[in-house]
Design a protein around this ligand. Sequence first.
Ligand SMILES: Nc1nc2c(c(=O)[nH]1)N[C@H]1C(S)=C(S)[C@@H](COP(=O)(O)OP(=O)(O)OC[C@H]3O[C@@H](n4cnc5c(=O)[nH]c(N)nc54)[C@H](O)[C@@H]3O)O[C@H]1N2
Ligand SMILES: Nc1nc2c(c(=O)[nH]1)N[C@H]1C(S)=C(S)[C@@H](COP(=O)(O)OP(=O)(O)OC[C@H]3O[C@@H](n4cnc5c(=O)[nH]c(N)nc54)[C@H](O)[C@@H]3O)O[C@H]1N2
Ligand SMILES: [Mo]
Length: 766
Amino acid sequence: MSRTASHWGVYDVDTEAGRVTGVHGDPTDPHPSALVDGLPELVHSPLRIDRPHVREGWLRRRDREHRGAEAFVPVDWDTALELVADELTRVRSEHGDEAVYGGCYGWASAGRLHHAPSTLKRFLALDCGYVDKVGNHSFGAALAVLPHVLGRADVPNLTPTWPEVVEHTELVVMFGGAHLKNSAVDPGGALGHSGADWFDRAHAAGVRFVNVSPARDDLTAAVDPEWIPVRPGTDVALMLGLAHTLHDDGSVDRAFLARYCDGYETFERALAGHDASWAAGVTGVPADRIRDLARRMAAHRTLVTTSWSVQRAQHGEQPPWMTVVLAAMLGGIGLPGQGFGLGFGSIRGNVLPRTVPVPRPTLPLGHNPVDVAVPVGRFADLLLHPGEELDYAGGRMTLPDVRLVYSAGGNPFHHNANLNRLLTGWRRLETVVVHEQFWNPPARLADIVLPATTTLERNDVLATEFAPEWRAMYRVLPPYAQARNDLDVFAELADRQGFGAAYHEGRDEMGWLRHLYDVAADRARAEGYAPVDFDEFWTTGRCDFPAPAAPPLFAAFRADPEAHPLDTPSGRIQITSPTVAGFRYDDQPGHPTWSEPDEWLGNAAPGALHLLSHQPAARLHSQLDPSSGSRATKIDGREPLRIARADAAARGIADGDTVRVWNARGAFHAGARVTDDLVPGVLSIATGAWYDPADPAVPGTPDKHGTPNVVTADSGSSRLGQAPVAQTVLVEVEKVLDAPAVTAFTDVRRAAGQGSIQPSTGVDCR
Ligand SMILES: Nc1nc2c(c(=O)[nH]1)N[C@H]1C(S)=C(S)[C@@H](COP(=O)(O)OP(=O)(O)OC[C@H]3O[C@@H](n4cnc5c(=O)[nH]c(N)nc54)[C@H](O)[C@@H]3O)O[C@H]1N2
Ligand SMILES: Nc1nc2c(c(=O)[nH]1)N[C@H]1C(S)=C(S)[C@@H](COP(=O)(O)OP(=O)(O)OC[C@H]3O[C@@H](n4cnc5c(=O)[nH]c(N)nc54)[C@H](O)[C@@H]3O)O[C@H]1N2
Ligand SMILES: [Mo]
């Protein structure tokens, strides 16, 4: 009963007298992630929030302008909950239910019951509703366009699996690669880490890999990949150049297009002029190399993959759409290991042998009476421009007037772009309530902070959409200080608001686990499975389902497109979409095309560079940033920024130097890491260093720690998707000698952000 789980893996925890003494990855995991050490290490950290706190200025005079720069006053739970309940009631009665934002975005923690955003939404729904979010940061642009192209939006399923690739594929062309570190995590819990083994198997089977990316190491050296360095934001131009070559060579699979696709003729006309030479000028890839690649793709059983990062950009709808079109021209869609993959390797689970999904235990969210959801990519606009209209997905919405943000399980100062603009909008808010485990940026920038437990302090059940097994997650520690489960906090708030019974339905933690399990088990039984009962599950710690392999993607459609049409206007793949064309968006025509982004190397001022921000290897987004594993990767406590050797030399920057990165939106400091693995003109930094502005009460002061989102834009991918565009950003960089010290891990409880608790060798909390 010492086993628990996280997004980064299942693991056992040794404890003695209420303290963690050791951590071991699940023995059935071939390569447990080093991240499993992180949370147990931090669970007793002085950065934990020990009791409810209220920001002094808010408490005394409802100040909105000094968030992040003031002391917090510790209060007891009763006082804190009364303040929250009163604020909700006040804001709703003065400004209406559309003044409450509960569309909290965030990965939170593994576990189907204590999923913080779900516990929050269930509460706010019963409390007369909330403004929600729509779309996501991961693959928001793909989510918006693919229903028009493929008639489905289950993006994580839109890739072939590893066994198909090993057995059937000859050539994998990967736009954005498939960095191994990304397969360390799964939303809900990584059940074993086999990514490296699959790459080895594919290599041993003779599969050839091409990494089309600004970064050489986006594909593991273990497969001896060919690297095609490309300018960021130009993948679609390269794909058009490949398509044009296929067309010129007469190697387009016309039979496939005729039988399975709609609207190729329109696209073909638009292809004119977009030949390999044109593509070379845009992408920086020589024309001969483009033609040669196209010919190899036509001659082999080819899989074309595009990572989610490539669509996290302005016009981000285009890369996934053009990936589908290129694969259609090659004719392999519906065959095992051919066609396209969107996000192959962007997370762990979606490339493993795919099985038929089993119903999962799920906390019901209830009905949200407020029917307003704002695209995640436009969060600052929501705060700054109430009443303004926003085009989205063919419709038009009016932004509501939000006065109160309630957030649990996400870090708005991690996931949002253009943080100085967000900070400006944040100051319009009357009240910010946050449940957090640590004194991290979202806690520090809140008014009322309620301390949440971690997975180690509660019982739960792991169930992901990728693996047909449920695992018990056992509580291994008592709650830290006065921390409480999000679910229990909302149950008590619901009591105060007069709908307690509707929220908790008379169940405690184990009652809920049993209930959610039983409901899911009954649904599974109705589908012919035979799950063990809850008591056996809780004793053995697992429930395994037989795993009938799902057929290859689009296999049924390929076998008989009339009997298994796609959910599109033509029932076939829309190379051109009459629906999208009908929206008449100037930033999103009715077929894939390359549009020049506002910021790219092709229009950069002299000295400007393109900044890419990728998922971190040593943490999950901002989670675990204070752990010794994450700190060990830093340079003088700052996030490493990779810079190509020539760019560093031109600026007198040496490896290990402190640098300042800036543009018109903001500035951050980082540690320089000089590399030969990047295209010149490109900088690359991981996301997730805790946002550490010099003065959080003054939007625009530099971040000291290396947070890329102070310089990224939040303009929306297009009017179709309004998705995040984190990869579309130009910056300048210079060496600095006098950067301010990092204070991200300062203990705010001690002196309002003054004294530092940062020990020289990381926090040893075991
Ligand atoms: N520049 C740039 N920005 C990006 C991206 C990028 O590529 N570049 N990627 C984007 C993507 S794909 C994503 S998914 C987002 C991720 O952004 P987020 O999901 O917001 O990032 P996390 O750091 O995982 O935030 C989870 C928060 O929940 C808290 N938490 C964990 N468990 C619990 C719990 O049980 N209860 C409570 N109350 N709190 C809990 C953690 O302490 C943490 O603060 O970032 C996006 N932002
Ligand atoms: N260890 C770890 N793994 C994670 C996460 C984590 O926090 N930690 N987060 C998870 C989450 S929430 C998500 S959504 C996925 C995201 O998965 P992805 O979006 O696929 O991953 P990223 O690391 O953001 O980007 C991968 C690479 O894309 C390249 N790239 C960026 N822009 C371009 C471009 O214009 N063209 C080309 N060709 N390449 C480009 C960059 O060099 C970068 O290294 O990762 C998941 N995996
Ligand atoms: Mo994501």
